[in-house]
Write a protein of this length. Structure first.
Lengths: 288, 125
């Protein structure tokens, strides 16, 4: 019973962190930017009308609100009916499915952001283009300690897999686990490389801001890679020696940490960003 | 070191790139042995075609201003500074000018020279 209560509590924290706290922090960040940079003075920052921007914010808020309500429905349903498995389905499946659902508004936001940046590039009237004559590499964006930590965690993970190959439990995938982790690593590394070498999404973004954004993303991805390793290892150990209830709680805690790391990289200190690049040329001249 | 190109400038983009990189070498912003961005990185940053950057790099390599070292990437040539002053296009123009003057002195018309030049260029390789 206490296991169930801890699980519900952890699930409520998951709902609150991903569908309430971060969305409202992101929306207030957007509002702070709009307040700090009014469209009249910073026209380059707004390639679409303000009505569209407010509509997108509303859609994002409503989407999160709906997901939050559904989350509470899952908890209440489980608590009231007292069923062993959430929604009468397998609990881990519900937790994972709900986590994915919680990321849907974020995907919507990302999709809108891509469209927004495209409009920004189309509106860019500048005929002069700048580039740095230095080669970018991963070590410019991330401390080497993260690479070493990642190598170490992989080394330990190989050990865990080998251990369970000699002491297998029901459903253990053997070397397939190494292949899955390798493919996941490949995905994350390609994402980082894509962000480092791809075209500038925001044509006006200051060099130092671009560096900070990429650096945050790279760090976030390295932490995520390590978290995946820790979580998969934990799942194996728990499956072999622990209880399923702890596995469910561990899964929720893992999703919360994952969300905090990935969503935190979206939050920036508005005062640290160089918004002058978005000013219209006239007000830029007046400012200097 | 930042390079700037004007996409609506009169000069071709690859020529602007060559001039900017040579300028960076001449004024010491980049030094012999320094790594240069990959073709894709530079093309993406400038939002221009990869082939434009590749062409500029190829010509700079021909002039020994830069050197490609396979998978390790492209670097500034150890003798880049001296080689920056060698302008092969200007030398080619000068040579052609002398030849054209000689041909015209011999009474050959402009169109005959153009046809002969085009024929020779088309029949190469």
């Amino acid at each position: 019973m206490w296991n169930d209560n801890i699980l519900y509590l952890a699930f409520i924290v998951q709902i609150f962190v991903i569908s309430v706290y971060f969305p409202s922090a992101i929306v207030s960040q957007m509002r702070r930017v709009i307040e700090k940079c009014p469209p009249k003075e910073f026209p380059k920052l707004y390639p679409v009308s303000m009505e569209s921007i407010y509509r997108w914010i509303k859609i994002y808020q409503v989407a999160n609100y709906v997901v939050m309500l559904f989350g509470f429905y899952i908890v209440i349903h489980a608590a009231v009916t007292g069923v062993e498995q959430m929604l009468g389905l397998k609990t881990p499946l519900v937790i994972f499915g709900y986590f994915m659902l919680q990321y849907l508004p974020m995907l919507l936001l990302e999709f809108t952001n891509v469209k927004y940046m495209k409009k920004m590039r189309e509106a860019n009237q500048k005929t002069k283009r700048k580039a740095d004559l230095t080669r970018r590499k991963l070590s410019d964006y991330i401390d080497s300690k993260w690479v070493w930590i990642t190598l170490f965690s992989h080394f330990v993970f190989v050990g865990v897999v080998i251990h369970f190959m000699y002491n297998p439990f029901d459903g253990f995938g053997g070397l397939t686990n190494l292949l899955i982790v390798f493919l996941t690593d490949l995905f994350f590394v390609s994402m980082i490389a894509w962000r480092i070498y791809s075209k500038r999404r925001d044509p006006y973004q200051a060099k130092e801001d671009r560096y900070r954004v990429i650096s945050n993303i790279a760090k976030g991805m390295f932490v995520t890679i390590n978290l995946i390793i820790v979580f998969v290892s934990f799942t194996f150990i728990n499956k072999a020696y622990g209880s399923p209830a702890i596995k469910d709680i561990g899964m929720v805690v893992y999703f919360i940490i994952l969300a905090i790391i990935s969503l935190r990289s979206m939050l920036i200190d508005v005062n640290d960003v160089n918004f002058d690049v978005y000013r219209d040329e006239q007000s830029k001249t007046l400012n200097t | 070191m930042e390079i700037v190109i004007d996409i609506e400038g009169g000069e071709p983009l690859f020529a602007q790139l060559i001039a900017q990189i040579k300028f960076a070498v001449s004024n010491g912003s980049v030094n012999p042995g320094d790594p240069l961005p990959s073709i894709r990185q530079l093309a993406n940053d400038l939002d221009i075609n990869n082939k434009t950057v590749a062409k500029a790099y190829k010509l700079l390599e021909r002039d020994s201003v830069i050197q490609a070292k396979g998978y390790r990437g492209t670097f500034i040539h150890p003798e880049a500074k001296q080689n920056c002053d060698i302008d092969l296009s200007a030398w080619a123009k000068e040579r052609l000018n002398t030849t054209i003057t000689e041909l015209k002195d011999a009474g050959i018309t402009d169109s005959e020279i153009r046809i002969a030049f085009a024929e020779l260029m088309n029949n190469r390789d």
